[in-house]
Every structure is written in C-alpha cells, then in structure tokens.
Design a binder for this molecule. Structure first.
Ligand SMILES: [Zn+2]
Length: 372
C-alpha cells in the first residue's frame, strides 16, 4: 500500500490522526538479545522483550493508556506556536521537515498532554514522542509544558513529565534554548503549589531536556536500561580522552550515583505512580491489581492508604497501617528537606533578579522569569 500512502498529501494524512507505524512484518528484533519478537506479544508486554527484559520504545498513546485508570484520559490540546520563525534551512527547510513529521505522526509537535486519574488521584502528564524529530524541545514543547504545569496547578493535580528526547531543537536556535529556563519556572510553579512533580526518565533523555526540567523532579523514576545524560558518550570520550565506565549514562549507573531515585519496570509503573502521588499528597490511592506484576497474574491487592484488606486479621492490619505511617513520615521528611533546599535556591535567585531590571511581559511565567 506504499504507493497509495505516498500518494495521499501530507496535510490529509495529518488530519486522519496519529498513524501507528505499521510494521513491515509480524516480527521485531530485540536490539539487545537479537531474538525475534511477535508484535502482538510485544504489545501485550508493554513493548518489553520477554527474553531479556529490554524496554523498547513505547508509543505515547499506549503509554498513557497503561498509566491512566481504565486506560481513559483526556487529551489536552497543545498551544499553537509559529512554525519556523527563523526560516531555518540546512539540508532541507525546517518547515518541510516539520510538516513531514506532523504528517507521519499526526501530531502538532513532539509532546502530548493528557489529564486523568492514576490510582484515583488526579494527574496531568506531558509525554514526549521520540518519533517526532527525536523528541526535540522547541517552542511548541516549551509552551506545552508551561500549559500543562498551569493546568496541574489550577486543577490541583500531580504533574508527571515523561521525556524521551535528544535535547533542544537546533533548528529553532536561541528560541529552543530559552525553553530550558521557561520549563524550569513552569515546574517550579507546581512545586510552589505543593503538588507532586514526578519525572519518568525514558530512553533517551539527553541534551537540553536533561539539563532542565527533567532533572529537578521531586522524584526521578527511570525505565530499566534508559540512556540518560547530557552529551553523548562518544563526545565525552573524545573530549576527556579516557575510557568511560561500564554502563555509563544508563539508568542503573545513575541510580548508583544518586541522580535517579528508582528504576521501575514498565509493568509496575502505574502502581508506583499511584503510591508516590498518594504518599506525597497524603490522599488514599488505589492500586491496579492487573498492573501489579505479570499481566496474566490476577493479584488481588487493591487497597488505599486507609487500607481495606478484609482477609487479614486485626493485628496484621495494625502492622500494615504502622508501615504505611512510617512510609508517609519518611516521604514527608524527605519532602521537607527538598523544600528547604529549594527555598534557599529561590531566595538566591530573587537576590540576583532584584539586580536585573525586568521588562513587563505577557504571560505569568515570563513575569516569573523576569523576577517580577
Ligand atoms: Zn531481548
């Protein structure tokens, strides 16, 4: 059908919606163990290789359906921005490249915003589409993160960002780099509102994205084996002219060095998020029995922070509730430490911005950047 799909103009293809990249055959090859995998098996297993547990890239639509309760969520429209303000051209015009990506993915840009509940608790998610120009962050992505943060604050929801990005979009030059401080201020608004800001680092999280909002979460979760770093390993190797350690820039390496708080397999992600949001907001949450462990394993665990497991005896319940109290106390203590540190940094920032004469700008976020 290639001749037909090629024949349809890109604009019409983009209207049809997100095109699932249709595989050429029924198989995919695991890039790590090189075993052949059925697409149908992969989809049941959240795109995880069932031989070696390698986490392959995961389409945003499926990821959102996996995370939100009952697979239901509301897509938030991303803000419109000027497509090619610099009239940039390298091998091809930036505007042509953009239109091709829009037609291929059916998306406006490299980010999708959604709203719904996770474990019964409100959550706004901003998820990157790596298939759209390598998930690069330009004005559209920056604007979308600001909008998502504002919606999270207004609706008192947790804010979850799921980066999968090569970094800033070089075709937008300075306009893409300025999204780094803008997104930082956006997530700061969420923290000021005392709402959880959680980052799920997926493969790859690099460049300007890892150098801004992706590394300032209240909690950093990573997917197993994800590449997380700023510059690529080859660039670093050539610069420092030293052998890099094994597993350099992997989620596991970063966990050992304190940059990542936990590595969570995809199948456990939803319940981990529900628990974290519940603990951070001190609200009762529900765990999804189907998504806690293997998909075919009917686990009956389903209880909130208040606990309602009828099977256990009174003393068992007391022990569990004490354990929950301890968990909550530890989380609150950690949160207090983070907030004290953050307030100190903000104070320092205010002192610096007092010295600068900020000009009046349109949006609230820009005002905050200018320190007004
Ligand atoms: Zn494999």
């Amino acid at each position: 059908m290639n001749w037909l799909t090629n024949f349809i103009p890109p604009r019409i293809r983009s209207i049809v919606g997100e095109q699932k990249e249709v595989p050429d055959n029924f198989w995919a090859k695991c890039p790590v163990c090189e075993k052949m995998l059925f697409h149908s098996d992969l989809s049941v297993n959240y795109n995880v290789c069932h031989y070696c547990n390698h986490h392959l890239r995961f389409p945003v639509k499926e990821r959102l359906a996996m995370l939100y309760d009952g697979g239901k969520y509301e897509v938030i429209e991303t803000p419109k921005v000027e497509l090619d303000p610099l009239k940039f051209k390298d091998k091809e015009r930036y505007i042509d490249r953009m239109k091709r990506s829009q037609a291929k993915t059916g998306l406006r840009d490299a980010i999708t915003l959604a709203k719904g509940t996770i474990g019964g608790l409100d959550a706004v998610i901003a998820a990157f589409n790596f298939s759209f120009m390598g998930g690069s962050m330009g004005m559209a992505v920056g604007e979308a993160i600001v909008k998502a943060a504002e919606i999270a604050v207004k609706s008192k929801s947790a804010f979850i960002v799921i980066p999968a990005s090569g970094g800033a979009r070089m075709q937008e030059g300075m306009l893409s780099l300025i999204q780094m401080p803008r997104t930082m201020v956006a997530v700061e608004m969420v923290k000021d509102a005392r709402l959880p800001y959680i980052v799920i680092l997926t493969d790859p999280t690099t460049g300007g994205v890892s150098a801004s909002f992706a590394m300032v979460g209240d909690v950093h979760i990573a997917e197993p084996g994800a590449q997380i770093g700023f510059a690529g390993p080859n660039v670093i190797k050539e610069t420092v002219r030293e052998k890099l350690p094994d597993g350099f820039q992997t989620a596991e390496h970063l966990l050992q060095h304190g940059m990542v708080d936990m590595i969570v397999p995809r199948k456990d992600m939803k319940n981990t998020l529900a628990t974290l949001i519940g603990l951070l907001t001190q609200k009762p949450y529900k765990k999804d029995p189907k998504k806690n462990g293997k998909k075919d394993h009917a686990d009956t665990e389903s209880k909130g922070a208040e606990g309602e497991d009828k099977g256990s005896s009174g003393s068992e319940r007391a022990v569990k509730s004490r354990a929950n109290d301890n968990e909550r106390a530890a989380a609150l203590q950690a949160l207090t430490h983070v907030r004290v540190a953050r307030e100190a940094v903000l104070k320092l920032g205010r002192t610096v911005s007092d010295l600068a004469q900020g000009a009046g700008t349109a949006s609230e976020t820009d005002k905050k950047i200018a320190g007004q």
